[in-house]
Design a protein around this ligand. Structure first.
Ligand SMILES: [Zn+2]
Ligand SMILES: [Zn+2]
Ligand SMILES: [Zn+2]
Length: 339
């Protein structure tokens, strides 16, 4: 989810009206509940628990709503190292949610081998189609982010109980790269007013939507019925397609199919994301969502985007030399609050 010249973008395949779903629901490549919800929600489907089944190995830190969720998820939970991480870390703050997503994502590589995306150029660096470039730069800077990645990768290796060797065949990855891809591509899963339940990372079918501070689309999550089975997305329901040099228009279709096939064995029941238009969109127009809280003045938006996603937004709203009315008001509110 980084916007730069190398980024993919999504465009409308045809004229789209208001409030239309642009892609079919996309299953996560990996997802994890925030620590404070582990005791109350199912680790596999994120639904609230009634009479939970507990994972004994992490002393009940991980709970499932049903035998189906338990069976579908328990091997990924233990083989990824998530179970051991939860066993080792007693205080379950939300700080290690990203680590648990990264462990699950890494496990996906180990289990499926390289995740290939036909017709994608080799540069910039991608992990399962998600932009993961500039890691070397971040590590060289030796800032807070570099520290977080080094610490996180060390914890991941401890939880996985093996060295930090590269994983996978053709598309070999390191724990650091996977964690970096998660930190810059993952989204908070918000389904109700209780706040984000956890964090999930989705394939290109979702991650290639760029950010704008004046978006024409939004996204929402839906929790799978534990009995539902997902097939491959029907091509006719795709109103968006990727647009980038060297990428065939059918790539997304292939990816959504591959993505849901992949997710099928792993996050089959995980929270699915749907992108919907919030304005009429013309054929070939770029489709953008927002990654941040838009009710903030430009300076706050830009710092949020840099901190979390490391890019400078050049959307229409950010590049105006004089502020639009909304930003004047937001700046006024900020000044008033500082008094
Ligand atoms: Zn469940
Ligand atoms: Zn466990
Ligand atoms: Zn902007």
């Amino acid at each position: 989810m980084i916007e730069n010249t190398e980024a993919m973008e999504m465009r409308a395949r045809e004229d789209v009206g208001l409030a239309q779903d642009l892609i079919p629901p996309v299953s996560p490549l990996a997802a994890a509940l925030h620590g404070r919800f582990l005791a109350f929600h199912c680790t596999a489907c994120f639904r609230p628990l009634e009479s939970p089944l507990l994972c004994a190995a992490c002393r009940g830190a991980t709970r499932y709503c049903s035998a189906a969720c338990f069976t579908a998820d328990s091997s990924a939970h233990s083989a990824s190292g998530e179970c051991r991480l939860l066993f080792l870390r007693h205080n379950r703050d939300d700080g290690d949610t990203d680590l648990r997503v990264a462990l699950r994502f890494l496990h996906l590589f180990e289990s499926t081998g390289p995740v290939h995306l036909a017709s994608l150029p080799e540069r910039p660096r991608r992990v399962a189609g998600l932009l993961a470039s500039d890691l070397e730069k971040v590590i060289e800077e030796e800032g807070e982010m570099a520290e977080r990645i080094a610490e996180g990768a060390a914890l991941m290796s401890l939880a996985r109980d093996r060295d930090r060797s590269r994983v996978g065949g053709g598309e070999a990855v390191t724990p650091e790269e996977v964690l970096w891809a998660v930190l810059t591509n993952a989204v908070e899963v918000q389904v109700s007013e209780v706040g984000p339940l956890g964090v999930a990372v989705y394939g290109p079918g979702f991650s290639w939507f760029n950010h704008s501070c004046l978006p024409n689309a939004c996204y929402r999550f839906e929790l799978a019925q534990s009995s539902s089975e997902q097939g491959c997305a029907k091509p006719k329901s795709l109103l968006a397609s990727p647009a980038a040099v060297g990428v065939a228009a059918d790539t997304l279709k292939a990816w959504i199919c591959a993505g849901s096939g992949l997710a099928h064995g792993f996050s089959k029941f995980g929270p699915r994301v749907i992108v919907r238009s919030i304005k009429p969109i013309k054929k070939d127009e770029k489709i953008c969502i927002t990654y941040i809280d838009l009710l903030q003045p430009k300076i706050k938006r830009q710092s949020d985007l840099w901190e979390k996603y490391r890019f400078v937004c050049r959307c229409w709203r950010c590049s105006l030399s004089s502020q639009i009315y909304m930003d004047l008001v937001l700046n006024g509110i900020e000044l008033w609050q500082l008094r």
